[in-house]
Design a protein around this ligand. Sequence first.
Ligand SMILES: [Zn+2]
Length: 155
Amino acid sequence: MTDGTNGAGSSLPYGDLDGARELLDGARELLDGARELLDGARELLEAERAEATAAISALTRDFDGIVDAACAVGTDDEHDPEGATIAFERAQVASLLERARGRLANVDLALARIEDGSYGSCQRCGQPITAERLTARPAASTCIRCAATARAPRA
Ligand SMILES: [Zn+2]
């Protein structure tokens, strides 16, 4: 795209219509790219939303099923190994359910950020989040560096 004469704009050739046109084209390209990125992100987020919603209803069914099974067998005795298994299974499904709900909440937040125009900016440091990261994790609300900091064990 650049031809090597891109000198940080210190000596902008005034009156150079071609230069101005080039700048405009560049800006338009950037805008189109941003719009494309947003459209793509919205599509990915809608897909992820549908997936998370389906996972939540499936897990809710599983959870209810486990509870029903526990009631049917009447294993409320914690000394009963069967009861322990059911409690464990229930805890597992509950944590999956919690994760799916968290995912859905993140997706909804990301969709809201698309609406208010803050999508693609890190919610912690305000720097732009890379397109690669947004493609991989469309609901990401922080840049890769802040995400790494957040994941690091706290002192
Ligand atoms: Zn950041």
